[in-house]
Design a protein around this ligand. Structure first.
Ligand SMILES: [Zn+2]
Length: 336
């Protein structure tokens, strides 16, 4: 077999703390001015390095350990073999995020295991935002505090934890749900776009665009990502493949939603049309009773205020809340 019986490599740079196996192997290949594939052929491991990180093969790990004078246990610790299924569902094997301080003076920046999680935005060691080629729109999303809180909630969820109020996947499902029927961009949304963008994306702009709840709780998302390009998945695992700005906005939205779910849901319901209202209430129906009751109480207060003041906005909300519907579970239960 290739690599069997070969002497260990004479020079091997030490791995960084939490460095990914693929990152380290790339840096070893750089020492010998060869490609990763050339190093693989020389050492004799079989699977591509990115696959090996997800599903390590014992014989491959033994060959790399022999070539680098490392222990197999240490190499397994550089892979994701122990990651929980939740964590794996949000792993981005192709992640290329780097920390500018960790990488200072280095020919090839190291990539850490932690940074492969879809909701890792900062280097824990240097408190620096991670850099990647995919930062389109990120500068508009400046609520760092909420982004960090949301990322921490998702990281805890990936390790098997949960929040005390609303299950994390249920909260994410709400953020991804539509609050209105898809509709073509409004004039003020078109006005946000450069004329060159309008011309380049004329086809997309003529089609109905999705209207996710995320845009209500994180209105800056609508400036960060053009309305024709808000391509959010339907469920939490799909966020693994979402662009940076989408993932960052979701983290902000999750933190804002879970800070006070009842108030947030009441705010969302103020903006829904009948289509969105059914979707939102259908999702809330599976939430804990206490939250649903709080939402219903908030809706009644809003209704009362609307009747007292007679404002157009509240009157509109009143009509929506009072409108008979085939399924209005949270109100029915709260009123029971
Ligand atoms: Zn760093």
């Amino acid at each position: 077999m290739a690599g069997e019986g070969r002497a260990p490599l004479p020079v091997v740079p030490p791995p960084f703390r939490d460095e990914r196996l693929s990152s380290w192997l790339e840096r070893i290949a750089d020492v010998y001015l060869v490609s990763l594939d050339d190093l693989r052929a020389h050492v004799g491991w079989s699977r591509p390095a990115l696959q090996l990180e997800i599903d390590p093969v014992q014989t491959d790990m033994e060959r790399i350990a022999a070539a680098t004078n490392s222990s197999v246990e240490r190499l397994f610790g550089m892979t994701f073999h122990n990651a929980s299924s939740r964590c794996r569902s949000l792993l981005r094997p192709d992640a290329r995020e780097i920390c500018p301080i960790c990488s200072r003076g280095m020919q090839r920046p190291p990539r850490l295991r932690t940074w492969s999680f879809a909701f890792s935005f900062y280097c824990d060691r240097h408190r620096q935002p991670l850099q990647s080629p995919d930062t389109r729109g990120a500068s508009v999303l400046s609520d760092v505090g909420s982004a960090c809180r949301g990322a921490a909630i998702l990281s805890n969820w990936a390790k098997g934890g949960e929040t005390a109020v609303v299950p994390v996947d249920a909260a994410i499902s709400l953020l991804l749900a539509p609050h209105r029927k898809p509709s073509p961009p409004a004039p003020w949304e078109l006005a946000r776009l450069a004329r060159s963008d309008q011309q380049a994306h004329a086809m997309e702009l003529s089609r109905p665009c999705p209207r996710p709840v995320l845009g209500i709780l994180v209105p800056e998302f609508n400036s960060a990502v053009p309305v024709y390009n808000q391509l959010l998945p339907r469920a939490l695992p799909g966020l693994r493949d979402a662009p940076f700005a989408e993932r960052y906005a979701i983290a902000i939205g999750l933190a804002r939603l879970l800070k006070n779910p009842a108030t947030a849901v009441a705010h969302i319901l103020e903006t829904t049309d009948e289509f969105g209202r059914k979707k939102v209430l259908g999702l809330i129906d599976r939430w804990p009773t206490g939250i649903r009751n709080a939402v219903a109480r908030g809706a009644r207060r809003t209704t009362t205020r609307g009747e007292g003041r007679g404002t157009a906005k509240n009157a509109c909300f009143t009509r929506r809340v009072r409108a008979p519907s085939g399924r209005d579970a949270w109100r029915d239960r709260a009123d029971a």
